[in-house]
Design a protein around this ligand. Sequence first.
Ligand code: SAH
Ligand code: SF4
Length: 449
Amino acid sequence: MKFTIHTYGCQMNVRDSEAVAALMRAAGHEQAAPGEDPDVAIVNSCTVRGRAENKAIGKTGNFLAEKRAGRVKAVGLMGCAVSRLGADVFKILPGLDFAAGPRRFGAIPMLAERALAGGRELLELPDPDEIPGCMDAHSPGGFRAFVTVLLGCDNRCSYCIVPDVRGHEYSRPAREVAAEVASLAANGVKEVTLLGQSVLRYGRRNPAFGPQDPPSARGFSEPFPRLLEMLQGVDGLERIRFTSGHPSGCTPELARAFRELPKACRHLHLPVQSGSDRVLREMGRGYTRAEYLSAVARLRGTDPEFAVTTDIIVGYPGETEADFEDTRTLMEEAGFDNAFVFKYSPRAGTRSAALPDDVPAAEKERRDQVLLADQDRRGLKRNSRLAGTVREVMAEGPSARNAARWSGRDSGNRIVVFEPGAAPPAPGSTVRVKIDRAAPQTLYGTLAP
Ligand code: SAH
Ligand code: SF4
């Protein structure tokens, strides 16, 4: 059969979709070409905010209309919205053939086959401790890959639905992760991004290393730095990234890992959510503003150009103008290299959903715009300091805006656009680029000898 997968949400969903595509191909199926009608259309959904869920449900509705018009034979939904809605997905989406929650994506080839054979309303809901057996399925090609190392989340921040839909925290054994990364590298992958909701909690709820694993050569006692050290040894691999971080994981040992492991990229996505201690306490984030800022200082202590990016929620219940100003000043003090701002969206069943959603939509919008404008100025200022320097850039390919130029990323995950010269570099190769000019989210330069 021919299939398509349409993905919403975070990198973990992108990774799950890639695994499903690999499993489908292994079962003898084929991805539909762009513009070609698939036999089976699959939507991978997000539910972290109401709007994200609505988009995925809307897209599934469009595929169901295609099905009624006879262009698609079966439609399936996977991902976080399936966990949240359970069997109700079949009421919300009449005609839907199958649905599988986030930790059950391994069942999708079987569900798709049964749906084509005439099955309907096939539902696979995982239990919150389930461990998928096919975590290492990858689609070939490309020089970058995502590797999920930590499933689920046990933090229970007041606003967040993720623990309800992605289940309990589980760390994959380090040897399994290392074998997966080694096999990716043997197939041409040069950069991996290790994924986990709170990835620095790797190996905390369940052990990731066993007695068979060799001790850390650098004497790391914490599991995450130890994992990084293990991956530093993978031949052919050049860069290791990971996301998302939490200040409690920004330990002296993690800083030492950044200093001593050249493959560890100088960037961490460290969601702060708010700069107000009162709001942080209400959210149950487990750190104060001062603790967050000292985590940032520790990271930048390893390299002054270490990039720190973040997520912010504006309009949390009861967020006052003073709380918002605290967020603005925190963002300035932290000197973020980039920031994603989200408007608070109540999610049924979370602790904060019981509080009145009392910041008006127009005010959430205003706070969003203020933070984005601040960040643009800050991003420009921070990037401008790099003008005149030479950055090591992993070349990706022609730039999306202007195909005559190429784009790539530096170790800090900054986008670098450059003139490729007479012989364009191979995608995935590392080039040296002299930075001529900066924009809030981009550096521009020319190839350096
Ligand atoms: N595990 C990550 C975040 C995962 S969700 C972490 O804790 O760092 C991605 C982002 O969505 C969060 O960082 C937060 O900024 C945002 N988010 C989560 N729930 C939200 C909600 N109910 N309303 C608005 N934004 C939300
Ligand atoms: Fe949600 Fe908090 Fe877990 Fe992140 S750490 S997924 S925000 S509960």
